[in-house]
Design a protein around this ligand. Structure first.
Ligand code: GLU
Length: 374
């Protein structure tokens, strides 16, 4: 990977594993974190948007509670996460603060990325943070996530975050510098794989045999994460974080495995929308709105002439023009009831109409696919 390549990514999710961030004494490895924060500051100053997915809450909290995390029950781990998360995010805040970068804590559960209503909320918040140059420091909301409803590992969480924010790059920093043809600790002939263009059975099989990390994610979970992200148009890089300034090392050609994205995040989102079978309603648009959509803009409430069907926020609705011709489809930011109240309404009057503040758009342009009608 060349220097040029890391700078190709506009929006990067950086996942940091517990084994890198937390020392043998279960305290944060401050020196290392400071180096990474400096790398992140450089990226941000060069115009990239950066989101962090950081593990470590359970490891730090275990020492606060005096428990052995490998032999503890879920509720002990959840309590440990609560105690550790506050220290974890504080360490990030301090490290980024040295570079005048504000950090924001975001705790997610799978519901927030997999349920479309919640997905719109989480995405809206993350988008605002990025717009304000604040770095989101994300972790699983371990204190409420029980066994059945957990991401389970932060590799997967990071891939879901990448998909949510339509990132084009995901960096999984761990204690290995990428994928090998066999387990390098057991097989002297194991060869490093620099690039993967398609994650097929062969790659999954290789990953299954290689263990890494003291964290919960082995190589298999990393490759699964890469699969989620690359399908969402986000290239995924597995690189070693066991060096100071890991991103600077990566940018200057450090060893890693790159899993190439299949298309762009926007194309992946549109493909997904086009394939959704469960369409709940229809929005009939005026001519101005039709033109705005064709020019790549979002659909504003003012452009809705009529609302048909019953749907909730996050459902897929069809968009039709005045003659009933289907133009495309998108995710509704409001329910049918709200949409009826908002039809023809200027965005600045939304709060007045509804009695509460909501999204300024009816369908965001990222959540919109237009069909070729001619
Ligand atoms: N959410 C867990 C923590 O902060 C980490 C899970 C993982 O490392 O995959 O301790």
């Amino acid at each position: 990977m060349s220097a040029l390549e890391l700078s190709d990514y506009r929006r990067l999710v950086i996942k940091v594993g517990s084994s890198l961030l937390i020392g043998a004494d279960d305290a944060v490895n401050r020196g290392w974190l400071e180096g990474l924060a400096e790398d992140i500051a450089r990226l941000q100053h060069a115009g990239h948007e950066v989101l962090i997915v950081s593990s470590g809450a359970i490891a730090i909290g275990s020492s606060v509670l005096g428990i052995n995390r490998r032999r503890s029950r879920l509720e002990d781990l959840q309590a440990a996460a609560a105690a550790g998360q506050v220290q974890l995010v504080h360490a990030w805040q301090e490290a980024l603060g040295r570079h005048d970068i504000a950090a924001a804590q975001v705790l997610l559960t799978p519901e927030d990325t997999e349920n479309r209503r919640r997905f719109l909320n989480a995405r809206g918040t993350l988008a605002k943070l990025l717009e304000n140059r604040v770095v989101p420091v994300i972790n699983e909301n371990d204190t409420v996530a029980t066994e059945e409803i957990r991401y389970g590992d932060n590799d997967r969480l990071a891939a879901r975050v990448a998909q949510l924010v339509m990132a084009d790059g995901l960096v999984l920093l761990s204690d290995v510098d990428g994928l090998y043809t066999a387990d390098p600790s057991k097989d002297a002939n194991a060869e490093h794989i620099a690039e993967v263009r398609r994650i097929g059975e062969d790659i999954l099989a290789v990953a299954g045999e290689t263990r890494s990390d003291i964290g919960s994610g082995g190589m298999a979970t990393k490759v699964q994460a890469a699969r989620i992200a690359t399908h969402a148009g986000c290239s995924t890089i597995i690189a070693s974080g066991k060096v100071d300034h890991p991103l600077a090392v990566l940018a200057s050609g450090g060893t890693c495995t790159v899993f190439r994205a299949e298309g762009t995040p926007a194309a992946a989102r549109k493909q997904w929308l086009a394939g959704v079978l469960d369409v709940r309603g229809e929005l009939r648009l005026d001519e101005g709105a039709v033109q705005a959509l064709q020019a790549g803009k979002s659909l504003l409430p003012v452009g809705m002439a009529e609302v048909v069907g019953a749907f909730r926020r996050g459902d897929v609705v069809t968009l039709v023009d005045g003659s009933g011709r289907e133009l495309g489809r998108g995710l509704a930011e409001y329910s049918d009831e709200e949409a009826r109240q908002l039809a023809g309404c200027q965005s600045e009057h939304i709060e007045q109409r509804l009695g509460y503040r909501g999204s300024s758009v009816m369908v965001h342009r990222d959540d919109l696919v237009l069909f070729d009608n001619d």
